[in-house]
Design a protein around this ligand. Structure first.
Ligand code: ADP
Ligand code: ZN
Length: 214
């Protein structure tokens, strides 16, 4: 049973890498704080409304809000029993300290990519509005233009509202401001592992197993 954190700048490929890990360890629970916020925003829940103004600006949602949300999720049976991948949390030292009171993780995987790749991935990113599959206009287009590879629907492609140049800059600033102390925190505890995330799709199942230590 593995308890993992995926950490890295926006566009590092945390979502993609999570799916790759899930293919190897099918029962592991994927917990993306960004996805949970977007789902709440879509359904206009109180949590979604609280997060909206921050997300629109590319700023971090206040720690207390995120920490309570993650604590509730990690205390559910599935995460306790099968382990988890935390994708997008912790993002600040304070969140890391709070997490250590909830449970002890095995590893923080630091996904590293160049700035050039970050911009291409984020600004070219779009998804199928029918099934949610993610594509990229520069690096991962659909096989047939306008048709989703996964669900076959003729689709309207959706872009995340925070995937624009201005918001991306704020998201990168927030990352850079918080990354150093957080990385140091896990390094000191012997839990830091760096992963070159330029091309994780070329990783085999054995590569993944080796990275997560199973
Ligand atoms: P990305 O990593 O590509 O910027 P995410 O989907 O992880 O995007 O998060 C989108 C937004 O949700 C963030 O810009 C932030 O406003 C909010 N958010 C997600 N996770 C956290 C967190 N751990 N702490 C604070 N805010 C968060
Ligand atoms: Zn689709």
């Amino acid at each position: 049973m593995k308890k993992l954190i995926l950490f890295g700048p926006p566009g590092a490929g945390k979502g993609t890498f999570s799916s790759q890990i899930k293919k190897v360890v099918t029962e592991i629970v994927h917990i993306s704080t960004g996805d949970i916020f977007r789902e709440n925003l879509k359904n206009e829940t109180p949590l979604g409304l609280k997060a909206k103004s921050y997300m629109d600006k590319g700023e971090l949602v206040p720690d207390e809000v995120v920490i309570d949300m993650v604590r509730d999720r990690l205390n559910k049976e599935d995460a306790k029993k099968s382990g988890f991948i935390l994708d997008g949390f912790p993002r600040t030292l304070h969140q890391a300290e709070a997490l250590s009171e909830i449970t002890e993780v095995d590893l923080l995987l630091l996904l590293q990519v160049s700035r050039d790749i970050i911009f291409k991935r984020i600004l070219g990113r779009y998804s199928c509005n029918n099934c949610g599959e993610i594509y990229n206009k520069y690096t991962l287009p659909t096989k047939v233009e306008g048709i989703c590879d996964k669900c076959g629907a003729e689709i309207k492609f959706e872009q995340r509202s925070d995937d624009n140049e201005e918001t991306l800059k704020s998201r990168l600033d927030a990352y850079e401001k918080n990354a150093k102390p957080l990385i140091k925190y896990y390094k000191k505890r012997g839990k830091l592992k760096k992963v070159d995330a330029t091309d994780t799709l070329s990783f085999t199942d054995d590569d993944i197993k080796q990275i997560i230590g199973i």
